[in-house]
Design a protein around this ligand. Structure first.
Ligand code: EPU
Length: 432
């Protein structure tokens, strides 16, 4: 296993290029299953979740060709099975997208679901299942989700989501792209990756309208054809670098981003006294003075993203005064707070609320990455804490951040990845 050693307390400076969005890639790659032809997907982030998904597609019979590190060609013309075995599928939550894609194209799917707890509780997929059932599929849930479309083809339906769910919105979109008739998703999620998936499918011949609003109409078509598509930049990766600069100080230029996607994060950092200057597809982040307190509530897009909650809480831990963070999406996403308090942060969690009493500095410590974004927060904290910190279980970080060590080092951070024995710490949970 690898751990990161961070010698923190030095400001960051330089430029960093933002990679393709993880949560778009993990939907668009399975969506290639819907296409009868060759799709070329560009700006694919080099992260372990992507590697696993590409392996799964190959097992199903897809021809996967890596053209260069970020561009991949996938040909799903000769898929020979709709059974996705446990071995790879259990490695990532996003394997649930294989259900919608396989159901949509072949009318059947058998996908092993990742078990166990996440963020301290179960992550339900009842809204995905409700959508598939409304479209005429029978769905049996167990270790495997076994789904079959009535008559072998999904049928358009009106589906109202009881909770705004990114996963259910995208999964239903995939199941509906080739359905007979029109599907309407109401109370749909509006995240940038929802629009990205719709754009990808439309480019391949689908007819999807309204992605990015809370009503999405999918007019089923008979088949999708090949084409080339570039994934949007990762809002959360960009936001994580913004918080790293806010916590450690310095001046960094983010390249290759969509500034509009960053507004929710930019606004909060500006309230805290961080300078953020937008120009074209770049964002300059500068922090030299003290950080001011503020309150943050996570919400579905365009609200403040839950996937930035651990990182912004870490910055608030260093702000003057008391800040309130409210988690509006997940029931339990504060497990990392114990690790931060071991670095000197003063944070009290009450249900979905964290009361953060700002401290003047964090102290280095050995901490764990409990999940992907919690791990990112540990890096942000360690960069700000003068002295040597160690971060364990970094495989969770590498599931979603491309070359985070290389990128941070290019900004002047003193961070390295070294091997350690897995006896040192119990394995944490699967999320993402
Ligand atoms: N929910 C239900 N029923 C469902 C689906 C969701 O009750 O059928 C609830 C969840 O329990 C949660 C809320 O709805 O309280 C939102 O869940 P959502 O379905 O939007 O989450 P997801 O699709 O499983 C994706 C990202 C997460 C991110 C959330 C919210 C992927 C692979 N994962 O998860 O990303 O936190 O949307 O934006 O896209 C991460 O990248 O670190 C990560 C965890």
């Amino acid at each position: 296993m690898q751990k990161y050693i961070v010698r923190g307390g030095r400001p960051l400076s330089g430029e960093v290029h933002i990679s393709g969005a993880k949560n778009a890639a993990v939907a668009i790659i399975p969506a290639a299953l819907l296409v009868d032809g060759v799709v070329r997907i560009e700006n694919v982030p080099q992260i372990s979740d992507v590697t696993v998904l590409l392996k799964i597609l190959e097992q199903l019979g897809a021809n996967v060709r890596l053209l260069n590190p970020t561009d991949v060609e996938i040909d799903c013309t000769h898929i020979h099975t709709t059974h996705v075995p446990q071995e790879l599928a259990h490695k990532l939550r996003a394997s649930y997208y294989l259900i919608g894609a396989l159901l949509g194209r072949f009318g059947s799917a058998e996908v092993s679901m990742p078990g166990g707890c996440n963020f301290g509780g179960v992550r339900p997929i009842d809204q995905h299942v409700k959508g598939f059932a409304a479209m005429g599929a029978t769905v049996r849930e167990g270790d495997f989700i076994v789904a079959n479309a009535e008559g072998g083809r999904m049928k358009g339906a009106n589906i109202y989501l009881d909770v705004v769910s990114v996963g259910a919105t995208m999964n239903i979109m995939m199941a509906a792209a080739l359905a007979e008739g029109t599907t309407i998703i109401e109370n749909a999620a509006k995240e940038p990756h929802i629009v990205d998936l719709a754009n990808f499918l439309n480019l391949m011949g689908a007819n999807i309208k309204g992605a990015g609003t809370d009503t999405i109409r999918i007019y089923g078509v008979d088949s999708l054809h090949g084409g080339a598509y570039a994934i949007i930049p990762d809002q959360i990766e960009a936001g994580t670098y913004m918080t790293a600069v806010a916590a450690a100080g310095g001046e960094v230029l983010l390249r290759g981003i969509i500034p509009k996607h960053m507004d929710c994060i930019t606004a909060k950092l500006q309230e805290m006294g961080v300078e953020v200057v937008e120009e074209g597809d770049t964002l300059l982040i500068r922090r030299s003075g003290p950080l001011a307190r503020t309150n943050v509530k996570t919400l579905p897009y365009p609200g403040f993203p839950t996937d930035m909650q651990p990182q912004i809480t870490t910055v608030l831990a260093l702000a003057q005064g008391t800040s309130i963070v409210t988690e509006g999406v997940w029931d339990n996403r504060y497990r990392y707070v114990g690790e931060l308090t071991r670095m000197g942060a003063q944070i009290r969690v009450e249900g979905r609320t964290a009361v953060v009493e700002g401290v003047s500095h964090l102290t280095p410590a050995t901490v764990q990455a409990f999940d992907l974004r919690a791990g990112a927060a540990m890096i942000v904290a360690a960069l700000a804490a003068t002295g040597t910190s160690e971060i364990l279980n970094v495989q969770y970080i590498e599931r979603g951040y491309e070359d985070i060590i290389g990128k941070l080092r290019s900004l002047g951070a003193d961070i390295e990845s070294v091997e350690y024995s897995d006896q040192e710490v119990a394995a944490p949970r699967q999320i993402g």
